[in-house]
Structure formats: structure tokens, C-alpha cells
Write a protein of this length. Sequence first.
Length: 233
Amino acid sequence: MKKNKNKRSLGSKEMDNILLLFSMDEFIEKVENIRKSIGIPKEMFSEETDDIDKEIYSQLLMGKIITKLDEGERPLNILADGIKEIINEFNLPEHYSSIIEHFIYFNKVKYPIPPFSFWLDKNKKSVNVKVHEKLTDKDLIKLKEITNDYFDKYLNEIRPLKNIEPKLVVEKYYKNRNVCDPESFKEYRLSAKEIAENVKADTGKKIKTKDIYDIPRKLESTRKIRFKKLGKK
């Protein structure tokens, strides 16, 4: 087996586990049986065969597979079933399937993929994540990076809003600032100072008088930005 020259960073624990697995006689025996069943030429996984020749043998293999299909055989089913059997027998995570398939064809250790898979939901408003094994802190960081990079244009970024609750109370009083005096029954308009005092009494939060008139405008602007319909600027 050729020494793998890939960098070992996020997937180092995976690589360790895979190298240990690929050293097992029982595993190699099952791989050999699959290779024989689907007709992979030994040259495909020989260390003496260079990459150009491997490409030729790969084309020959596809020809054999097509012939077997024409004859009613199902070599690809044999491959899939064999890999599934290995996954179950050796208690492996599902995402090892592609790594095992690569090894069956080329006798090389493919650098591990992350221990999770993900895809954009059909409504294009959410990302489905499938976790194949317990995640480390590094795995979680990588998951965040990958999903954010891949699906940046589809996912909303919801940022925190500072003092949103008292600001909504400000807006409520501002919209209903025309009130009736309970003694004189005369209508008058609440001042910014009175609104600030009411907000302080209701929420315990102090709002600067100079911000009272600006808060409703900013809240409405934030709503338009956050909740605009798709396609509208």
C-alpha cells in the first residue's frame, strides 16, 4: 500500500481509524472478494501501475461492467452490497462508503471526508445535516464553515438586536401618543420625556429622550431589510 501524502488536519482521527481498519486481514479478504466479483483487474490496484495505465484499466473495467449488465449480471449491486456489508460488519460510519469504494478500485487510502454530510432542502431555505459519528469541537467549527460557505446566498444571517423589547415599547407609545387626559378629557400628545418615563415604568429600561423619535423609524427600517420579499430590493 502506498503511503498517503495528504495533509492530516481535521481528518487525522479519521485517517488513524481507516489505516487501522485497512490493516485487518478480515477486511482485506472481503475487499478481495468484491474485486473478484466485479472483475477489477489486479493492475488497477498494483503499486507498479502508473496513473496513466490505471486510467486505461479503469476504462476496461467499465467495459466489463457494461458487458455484465448486458448479460443480466449486476456488478454495481454487488459492489454496493459488499460495501454495505463491510460497513455493518465492522460497525463503521456510513460516510466510510466512498473511502472503501476508492480503496477497492485503487488500493489507495482516500483522505477522509468530514464525519457529516449536508444538502440544501428543496425549498432552498434550510440546510439538512446528517451526522455520521460523534463530532469534535474541530468538526463543529468545520461544519459551520462549510455550510456557511456553500449556502451563503440561501441562508439568512440573523444578528442580535440591542434592547429590542424596550424599543418596541417606545414604538407602541409613539404610535399611540395622542391620548386623552382622564381629568379634563382633553386630547393631547405625549412628549418624548413622557414616553421615556412610561417605558422606564413598564420595562425598567432607561431610554434617552433624544432617541424617542428616532427609534420607531429605525425599527421600521430594520423590518424592511430583514423581512423583505424575495426579489425585492
